[in-house]
Design a protein around this ligand. Structure first.
Ligand code: ATP
Length: 464
């Protein structure tokens, strides 16, 4: 992707945020009470979309591979785990405050327009700029206390909401290895919530305080690590293509020396061209054996891998493809969002809003409409089709309003196929069309007649 050509599109972003709320994809958490900053609730369609993404990731990254197993660790993390990993001591961002209006900023992410001070000079109309304090480190972890009798000063009662899913994988490495009998190279994958007390949550769900990650720790021999890091980058780029984010919209940042973590000899950031800028979706990092070394040292337990064939005992190195689920959802919505101008039957130009999701990601796969809700026979057949298909896919029955409006409502939420049961289905135009329905394709808006008996196998193929 050519960076120099990229321009932001705030209006598109506004339209997307509004559509997400209007159609039930994403709501601000505690909307009723003014909102909980940095937290989001997924509505009925958002929950389906997220489930499709997570299921697809799990199938591709875990179930279809012999060399990766899954796990599902606790969200509350023992402080010893996060002390060993370095999070308790150093998981922080630089923070500055405005001395005048008290606004708080993440020091390394200030845009010039952010610096307009909310307090105007007395008696003067012109804006003034914030006056910033010295930087200080702000730890991003949410701390809590465990147990009803926990004393405020009892260090053993302290726990944290995990800031990443990775540390439970590292701290369970030996248990998973011993119980799953995997051999190096192999990976452990996890999908789950992570929490960071971000100084400035922003850009809709992009930077949230509660979010979900899809992470793999791929353990290997140190000699193979750099080649595997490149292999993983390719695997992950192909994954994004498969779910509907083309490579032309992705940008790979080979993180330069000095900007990588001290233990990482190679890190790639996979970035996406969001309407608000080119920003990180996923990191693919070679983390050496830093984490396992830390857990071995802090726990005092032997967690090495023994290679029987080579007679070698060592702490494996690791490649970490770590993706943000919410950021990928946002990228899917931004990529799918389209508005096109159409001329209707009466010659009037209309705007059609479409989410062009890949069928495998679409929250609803098929809309099912009887042409006339007052026609009992059409309704009966439509309901029968709904019953049959809903055992295999998420469908939506709709009998309200003109059929054209029903198509538009489904276009707007990305439903790839719609079925209409009409008078021809009942045999009113002769036997040839009897027991067939109209199958309408979202992107081309083309329609074809399909026999009811053939619907299930045909649709299963189309939505795969
Ligand atoms: P950033 O630099 O954007 O803060 P990061 O490099 O700290 O991200 P990682 O620690 O590598 O992020 O986390 C892996 C992935 O988790 C990121 O690529 C991103 O997709 C997701 N992620 C991290 N922080 C957030 C957040 N605050 N909100 C939503 N997703 C996040």
């Amino acid at each position: 992707m050519n960076n120099t050509k990229f321009t932001t599109d705030p209006q598109k972003m506004e339209e997307i945020v509004s559509l997400c709320k209007r159609r039930g994809f994403i709501f601000q958490s505690a909307d009723l009470y003014g909102g909980l900053n940095g937290c989001w609730d997924y509505g009925p369609l958002g929950a389906e979309l997220k489930r499709n993404l997570k299921d697809y990731w799990w199938r591709k990254m875990v179930q279809e591979r012999e060399d990766i197993v899954g796990m599902d660790g606790s969200i509350l993390n023992h402080q010893a785990v996060l002390t060993a990993s370095g999070h308790v001591g150093g998981f922080s961002d630089p923070m500055v405050d405005c001395k005048i209006c008290k606004k708080r900023y993440r020091a390394d992410q200030i845009e010039p327009e952010d610096l307009i001070c909310s307090e105007k000079k007395q008696g003067k109309k012109e804006e003034r700029l914030c006056e910033l304090t010295e930087e200080k480190d702000f730890n991003l972890m949410f701390k809590t206390k465990m147990g009803a009798s926990a004393d405020d000063n009892d260090p053993n009662a302290v726990a944290y909401l995990r800031p990443e899913t990775a540390q439970s994988i590292f701290s369970q490495f030996k248990n998973v290895l011993d119980s799953s009998r995997q051999k190096i190279p192999f990976g452990i994958a996890q999908i789950g919530k992570a929490f960071r007390n971000e100084i400035n949550p922003r850009n809709f769900t992009f930077r949230s305080r509660e979010f979900e990650q899809m992470e793999i720790e791929y353990f290997c021999h140190p000699d193979d690590a750099l080649a595997l890091c490149d292999e993983w980058l390719e695997t992950r780029l192909s994954f994004y293509e498969e779910i509907g984010i083309p490579r032309t919209q992705l940008h790979v940042l080979d993180v330069p020396d000095g900007e990588r973590a001290h233990y990482s000899a190679k890190t790639y950031d996979i970035e996406y061209a969001f309407p608000f800028g080119i920003q990180e979706l996923e990191g693919v990092a070679y983390r050496s054996n830093y984490d396992l070394t830390q857990h071995k040292t802090h726990s005092g337990k032997p967690i090495e891998y023994f290679d029987e064939q080579a007679g070698e005992r060592y702490l494996p190195h690791v490649i970490e493809p770590s993706a943000g689920c919410d950021r990928t959802i946002l990228a899917l919505i931004c990529e799918a969002y389209d508005q096109e101008e159409l001329t209707n039957d009466k010659g009037k130009v209309e705007t059609r809003t479409v989410l062009r999701f890949k069928p495998s990601m679409a929250p609803i796969k098929v809309g099912i409409f009887p042409l006339l809700k007052k026609n009992a026979e059409q309704v009966k057949i439509a309901k029968e089709i709904e019953r049959e298909l809903s055992a295999y896919m998420n469908v939506f029955y709709d009998e309200a309003g003109a059929v054209g409006r029903r198509y538009r409502r489904q276009d707007e939420v990305g439903t790839p196929y719609c079925l209409t049961i009409d008078f021809d289905t009942l045999g009113e135009s002769g036997d040839e069309l009897k027991n067939t329905v109209t199958l309408r394709h979202r992107d081309s808006m083309e329609q074809e007649r399909v026999a009811i008996d053939e619907l299930l196998p045909k649709l299963l193929k189309l939505i795969k």
